[in-house]
Every structure is written in C-alpha cells, then in structure tokens.
Design a protein around this ligand. Structure first.
Ligand code: FAD
Ligand code: NAG
Ligand code: NAG
Ligand code: NAG
Ligand code: NAG
Ligand code: NAG
Ligand code: NAG
Ligand code: NAG
Ligand code: NAG
Length: 485
C-alpha cells in the first residue's frame, strides 16, 4: 500500500525504489549497475506530439545493459517498449513502465561472410548516416541497396516498423537483413535468421518491438555503385491517364517515385484559380550507371546546407499558414515552381537520401500500401483519386494535404507484419507513420492481418510468454481481436 502511494506521488522516487528492491532481491553479483535509468522524466517523439512520462527511461550502452534491463523489468513486474530516433508518429514507443532508448548502441562491423558476401552488423541505435559513412569509407567501398529517405533514422527503428526506400527490387529494408539479435523476454539474446528458422525470421523481420529489444542487425551490402537520378515534370492528368506510362518507367528503372504538390497549377489571376488540369507531377527515377558522379562529397555537403535552409523556409511558410488554409494552394504552387527537370549521377547512398534531412521541419506523414495490379491500372487510378479528392476538399474550404504526396513501387515481402506482405489487395497503413486516427482501423487491421497475426503470435508467445514487450493498447486491441476470430 505504501509503495503504491509513493508510486502515484513521484516518478523519481519510483526509480529509486526500483533500485532498492533490486539490491534486496538479487544477490550482489547480479546487482544491475549498468542498467541505471537516466534522470529524464519525459520522452518526446520527433514532432513532440507523443510526450510520455514512463516509470523509467534507460539509455543503454551495451548488450549486457539490455539483458539487465529485461531482468530488472521481470523483477519489478514492468513492461518495456523501445525507441530509436523517435520519428515514428504512432504510439509504438508509448509505455507507462520502462522505455529503452537505444541511441547509444551504435557500434558497426563490416565482414565478408562465407554465404552472404559483404555484410555489415550494426547495433540497434546506429544511424543510417553512420552506417553509410562506415560502408563508404571501407576498402573496398560498400553500400546498402535501399534505405528510407532520411538518414537520421536508426537501424532498429527502421527495421522494427518495416520502413523502405524507393528501389523496387529491394523491398522493405528488413529484406536486406540476413540475421538479427534480440534480447527476448527471458533476458537472453536470441539470434534470428533464415537458416536458423525461416518462419521465426519472417516474424522477427518486422516485429514492432514485440519480440524483445533488438540488439543488432546484420545487413547484406553491395560494392559501392552509382545511380543516375532523373526528375522530369509532366502534366498530371495526361500522364496518369495511361497506366502503361508507370509500367514502362518501372521496367526501365531501378526505382521510381511519383510526387505531387497539391494545387501546383494554382494561378490567382486566372478566372478559375484552382484547376487540376494545370497540375503537373514530378517523376523521379533511379538507374544504375557506370558514369562518374557529378559532385564531390564536399560539394554535396554544401548543397545539403542550402537544401536544409530551403526546407526550413518551406516549413515556416506552411506552418505559419495552418490557421489560414486558403493560402495553401498559393504556397504549394509557389514552392513547386522552384523545381525543374534535372539528371544527376550520385553514389548510391546520396541518390537514396536525395533530400537532406532537416530535423526541425516537423512534417507529419500518412502512408498506405496496396498491391499493384499487373497492368498498373489501380496505381494510376489511386494516384488520380488523391488529386481529385484534394480538389473536392478544397471546394469545401478544406486543405488537409499541404505538403507532398509521393508514390513508390516496391517488391512485396514475406515479413508477416509488413504492410507490404504479399496478400490480397487490401490496403494497409505504414506502422511507423500516422495510422491510429483512421476510423475503425484496429478492427480493420485485425481482420485483414488475421492470418499473419496468428502466425506471428506463436513466435511472440514463445519469446515473450510474460508479455513484457506487449505493452501497447493499439497492438493489444488488434492482436486480441485477430486471435479471437
Ligand atoms: C520525415 C520523415 C520521413 C520518413 N521517410 C520514410 C521513408 O522514406 N520510408 C519509410 O518507410 N518510412 C519513412 N518514415 C517513417 C520512418 O522510417 C519510421 O518512423 C522509422 O521507424 C523511423 O526510425 P526511428 O529510428 O526514428 O524509429 P523510432 O520511431 O525510434 O522507432 C520505431 C519503433 O520501432 C521499435 N523499435 C525501435 N528500436 C527498437 C529496438 N532496439 N528494439 C525493439 N523495438 C525497437 C519501437 O516499437 C519504436 O516505436 C519517415 C518518417 C519521417 C518523420
Ligand atoms: C535526456 O536528457 C538529456 C539532457 O537533458 C538529453 O541529452 C537526452 O537526449 C535526453 N534523453 C531522452 C531519451 O530524452
Ligand atoms: C504485475 O502487473 C500486472 C499488471 O500491471 C498485474 O495485473 C499483476 O498482478 C502484477 N503481478 C505481480 C506479481 O505483482
Ligand atoms: C521536362 O521534361 C519533360 C519530359 O521529358 C518535357 O516534356 C518538358 O518539356 C521538360 N521541361 C523543361 C522545362 O525542359
Ligand atoms: C495566369 O492566368 C492568367 C490569366 O488567365 C494568364 O494570363 C497567365 O499567363 C497565367 N499565369 C501562368 C503562370 O500560367
Ligand atoms: C554531370 O556531369 C556530366 C559530365 O560528367 C555533365 O555532362 C552533366 O551536365 C553534369 N550534370 C549536372 C546536373 O551537373
Ligand atoms: C502567394 O504567395 C506569395 C509568397 O508566399 C505571396 O507573396 C503572394 O502575395 C501570394 N499571392 C496570393 C494571391 O495569395
Ligand atoms: C520454426 O519455428 C516455428 C515457430 O516457432 C516452429 O513451429 C517450428 O517447429 C520451427 N522449425 C524448425 C525447423 O525448428
Ligand atoms: C499500456 C500502455 O502503456 N498503453 C499505451 C499504448 O498507447 C496508447 C496510445 O498512445 C496509450 O494511451 C496507452 O497508455
């Protein structure tokens, strides 16, 4: 009773009490010294919209720390969730108990593996930029084949949610993983790979933090290569009306992206200022090439600085007009007007992260995955529908999309919980972006993912029978409905 009373009064006290009880309960050799929680009372995700005050926050440095944290959680009957760079907008890191922030775990090791060729093993909190630089400076220079756009993300955050880049054949980044080590509910480290057990590996590849604390990830890597990245601007309606355009582009590229800035044909002196027939789309593709790069690393660094300033300006302009949504078409059209056709050769990682990440620009994202039909007709139709819909909203004075809409096509995966899992053509949201606001999304996901969840649950229950990591309401709701069905 007394303990309970103190707990409800003070967070700091709770942390101290946890420690006292540890010393009392376990013998001296096992005293958990390295797994001290840090003093912070609160943690925020990237855009500050998730703001939590869990019982304790840990920032471990070693594998031993991770094992100790799990042991501590077991002793104190606590649950655990993890965070890496914190760019996920959904509640996946939310917990009332222990939050483990893995950003200090960032050692990297390159190896020539007898089966996979070149591989890189990165501790969970390694940022994509550190990983890229280690590989680039290796002799011979190496690279990952595909990564998400921003290089500030950390490997475990990217893999846990199934994030991806634009390279079509590479799929989600988890598909480049050949093995991973997770500290599971037993407090021991378990390795997952296709060789050890393929079905368990397919659960681990996109695990949403449900199997334990990811300690390290081993990725297959390639000798460094160059990519030619080309941007062209074409009339939106005309291009999208012919699905064959997408098919042709995809078949002649290593990766594609089709981007749309809302209302980019806005013209305030025209009698009809908002007319979708004037809108253009930006078509980007990447093709592997032996041509030399156009810019030195030094020149690129300078251009990133300019880009960052540009992004800060964009963000200021858009966010200062959130109360004045009518201004959005003019703003997005003005921003769009500053781009033009271009074709440039980059080293692979520079072509992949073609936009410098600017952490102060807190854009918010939703992403939906769906299966492409062989003739690509649904791809073109869905994209046109996005454009049509924002004009419908605009007629009602609403401007919900005030930044870019981007469309990529990537290979499906066998990772059970991935939103690109190869199954019937339902749509699925990206776990790492915003999805919980979608009406009835939890029951929808329970239905659509029912079979995958049942398979995943067998693995989850084996590695975390006490549900130490199963501490979030959204996932609990989705799983319990799916398992009851
Ligand atoms: C500006 C922006 C651009 C984006 N661009 C892309 C893109 O191009 N492609 C794409 O696919 N996605 C994109 N995303 C989404 C992004 O890839 C994901 O949010 C990704 O999770 C971010 O990595 P992070 O290190 O910030 O992860 P975090 O948000 O820190 O972690 C995500 C989740 O992973 C789990 N987790 C993290 N570390 C561990 C661990 N060690 N053990 C167990 N579980 C763990 C936790 O459940 C956590 O909630 C973008 C997001 C933003 C904000
Ligand atoms: C905790 O606070 C320190 C200093 O105030 C800060 O550097 C660190 O990033 C914070 N950690 C988390 C997880 O918020
Ligand atoms: C552990 O916590 C759960 C939920 O917080 C509670 O239901 C359970 O009784 C607790 N067990 C012990 C042994 O304290
Ligand atoms: C950009 O490229 C497209 C497609 O090749 C072409 O139609 C258009 O005229 C080009 N625009 C400019 C300004 O050169
Ligand atoms: C905007 O519309 C006016 C009136 O129709 C036209 O004269 C002008 O050329 C248009 N501007 C652009 C950039 O197309
Ligand atoms: C890239 O370099 C080639 C020659 O190496 C040159 O012809 C081309 O104009 C350059 N492109 C850019 C965008 O600078
Ligand atoms: C459009 O935006 C520009 C730059 O933000 C601004 O100077 C201009 O007044 C705006 N025009 C209209 C018609 O809103
Ligand atoms: C692989 O793992 C699954 C799920 O945990 C288990 O049912 C199966 O027996 C395992 N297969 C082998 C070959 O160990
Ligand atoms: C048990 C627990 O901490 N659940 C959290 C899961 O996420 C939701 C939504 O952010 C929180 O409200 C819950 O507290």
């Amino acid at each position: 009773m007394i303990l309970k009373h103190i707990l409800s009064c003070s967070l700091i006290l709770l942390i101290l009490i946890v420690y006292e009880s540890v010393v009392v309960i376990i013998d001296k050799d096992l005293v958990i010294r390295s797994a001290k929680p840090i003093k912070n009372k609160t943690w925020e995700n990237w855009n500050g919209e998730i703001h939590i005050s869990p019982n304790a926050i840990f920032e471990p440095f070693t594998l031993e720390d991770l094992k100790d944290i799990v042991k501590l959680a077991k002793i104190n009957n606590k649950t655990i969730r993890c965070a890496a760079q914190g760019h996920t907008a959904s509640s996946l890191s939310v917990t009332e108990h222990y939050l483990v922030v893995v950003t200090n775990l960032n050692k990297v090791k390159v190896q020539n593996h007898p089966k996979y060729g070149w591989t890189v093993t990165a501790e969970a909190g390694t940022s994509l930029s550190d990983l890229d630089e280690t590989l680039r400076n290796h002799d011979p220079p190496l690279t990952l084949d595909s990564e998400p756009l921003y290089n500030t993300f950390r490997v475990s955050g990217v893999v846990a949610v199934g994030a991806h880049g634009a390279k079509t054949s590479s799929g989600i980044m988890s598909d480049q993983v050949c093995s991973m080590k997770i500290v599971t509910g037993s407090g021991k480290v378990c390795e997952f790979s296709e060789e050890i057990n393929k079905s368990e590996f397919n659960a681990a590849k996109v695990n949403l933090g449900l199997l334990g604390i990811i300690y390290s990830l081993t990725f297959r890597v390639q000798p460094m290569y160059n990519l030619r990245m080309t941007d062209i601007f074409v009339p939106a309606n005309e291009w999208l009306n012919n699905p064959q355009n997408i098919k042709n582009l995809l078949e002649s590229s290593d990766g594609i992206s089709i981007a749309y800035w809302p209302f980019n044909g806005f013209n305030h002196s025209d009698p009809n200022p908002l007319d979708p027939s004037r809108d253009r789309i930006e078509i980007t593709n990447w093709i592997r090439t032996d041509e030399p790069v156009n810019f030195t690393q030094q020149q690129l660094k300078q251009s990133y600085e300019t880009q960052r300033q540009g992004v800060i300006q964009q963000y200021k302009l858009i966010s200062s007009n959130l109360q004045n949504p009518d201004a959005i078409p003019n703003i997005t059209a003005t921003l769009f007007g500053s781009f033009g056709n271009a074709s440039t050769v980059f080293q692979a990682p520079d072509a992949i992260h073609y936009v410098a990440s600017e952490e102060s620009a807190k854009f918010d994202f939703v992403e939906i995955g769906f299966k492409i039909e062989p003739d690509f007709s649904n791809a073109a139709a869905e994209f046109s529908y996005v454009i049509q819909t924002i004009y419908e909203f605009a007629r009602k004075g609403k401007f919900p999309l005030n930044y870019i809409a981007d469309f990529r096509i990537i290979k499906s995966t066998e990772a059970l919980l991935s939103f690109t899992f190869n199954h019937d053509p339902e749509i699925l949201p990206h776990w790492g972006k915003r999805w919980e606001f979608i009406p009835n999304v939890k029951s929808y996901l329970s239905d659509v993912l029912s079979n995958q969840i049942k398979q995943f649950e067998k693995v989850r229950a084996k590695y975390d029978p006490d549900k130490i990591f199963f501490d979030n309401k959204s996932l609990q709701d989705i799983f319990s409905r799916a398992l009851d069905s």
